[in-house]
Design a protein around this ligand. Structure first.
Ligand code: ZN
Length: 365
């Protein structure tokens, strides 16, 4: 029946039933998430975490994924939450706010204080019981249009334009009359907006003092003033120069290029096979830095695990080098036998190779 023909009473009753059904379905979603996490199902599908699975496969927004994951983990620990969620005494939002604090000792007290409360009421309760000493880290993208003082430039779009036409063109003002035949005059597109990010976080006293010291040291080379952004750029540049596999690799290639040009040999870039080295027979677990960097660059500094549907994990956290033929059975430390994986996919691949039982023995001694 069409909704507009329902009486007010019928409409209200139907809606209440639907909302109850919605809450029950939400709880079922949480229970399914608990089971997906227990089986680590997301790993075999190519996702590095339950969060990534919720975002990319289930298409939840970041806050929605967070709320569900926090609530699912709380529900796994405390099954009595199920009734409170179904009855609407707790919402995913309020449960997720307190989920990390809940333990066997305090759960009755915390749940009694937040039952039936709204998000802002729960936040107030939390602020009273747990004064915040740290600002929540936030990264917000802000788009800033590029500012340019130059007049709009005209560009020529013609295959072959004689020199005199070009000199003539420079005297012309772009106007519809000037546009004819092969000579097209068009306004250059406005510069693309430049992405910028607003960061906010708090630091402790020592870190702040060190930051001020860095800014003071930089002030002699940056007399116009050292903004936090300038200081951060210098610090990041120095860290990456030392630790970025791509930059180390580029330096190696430059040195090899210089060396080969000084002795008149072809550059290793021109003949990649020249850079190849003999297979390294592993005698220890140590993988030479050159090989590590080569593999990190090839795998774009992210987990290269690909699920059966072609989903590439791509996580950039807790990355490790994984031997395709494991080191334990004589796998070599060469680039063909190595790939970058996140720690979870590394463990997942080891389980697939050695079996769950062997890995449990390995993990628990
Ligand atoms: Zn991964």
């Amino acid at each position: 029946m069409e909704l507009r023909y329902l009486s007010n009473k019928e409409l209200s009753v139907a809606l209440e039933a639907l909302v109850k059904h919605e809450r029950a379905t939400s709880v079922q979603v949480l229970e399914h998430l608990v089971e997906v996490e227990r089986r680590e199902l997301f790993l075999q599908d190519g996702y590095g975490s339950l969060f990534s699975y919720c975002r990319k496969k289930l298409l939840y927004s970041e806050p929605a994924a967070n709320r569900r994951i926090c609530s699912a983990r709380a529900l796994a620990k405390f099954p009595e939450l199920r009734c409170l969620l179904i009855e609407g005494e707790l919402s995913l939002t309020t449960l997720s706010l307190v989920s990390r604090q809940l333990n066997d000792e305090n759960k009755d007290q915390i749940l009694a204080s937040i039952r039936g409360k709204s998000r802002s009421e729960v936040e107030e309760i939390l602020a009273e019981t747990r004064p915040q000493t740290k600002t929540v880290e936030r990264v917000r993208q802000v788009v800033v249009a590029q500012v340019t003082s130059a007049a709009p430039t005209a560009v020529l779009r013609a295959a072959k334009i004689p020199a005199q036409t070009l000199s003539l063109f420079s005297a012309l003002q772009p106007s519809p009359e000037n546009v004819s035949g092969a000579l097209m005059v068009e306004q250059a597109p406005p510069p693309a907006p430049q992405k910028r990010y607003a960061l906010s976080f708090s630091v402790d006293e020592k870190t702040f003092a060190e930051l001020e010291e860095v800014r003071a040291l930089l002030s002699s080379s940056l007399p116009k003033g050292v903004s936090l952004e300038e200081a951060l750029k210098v610090l990041l540049g120095q860290y990456l120069a030392q630790h970025s596999p791509a930059r180390r690799q580029a330096r190696r290639l430059k040195v090899a290029d210089k060396r080969s040009s000084s002795i008149g040999e072809p550059s290793p870039k021109a003949n990649p096979a020249m850079g190849e080295e003999k297979k390294i027979i592993p005698t220890s677990r140590h993988i030479p830095a050159k090989i590590r960097d080569e593999v990190f660059c090839r795998d774009r500094g992210s987990c290269s695990f690909v699920g059966p549907d072609g989903v590439r994990c791509g996580s950039r956290h807790n990355l490790q080098l994984d031997h395709i033929v494991p080191f334990a059975v004589g796998g070599a430390h060469d680039a063909e036998n190595l790939h970058v994986t996140c720690s979870r996919h590394n463990r997942h691949l080891a389980k697939l190779y050695f079996g769950e039982e062997h890995m449990q023995k390995f993990l628990h001694g």
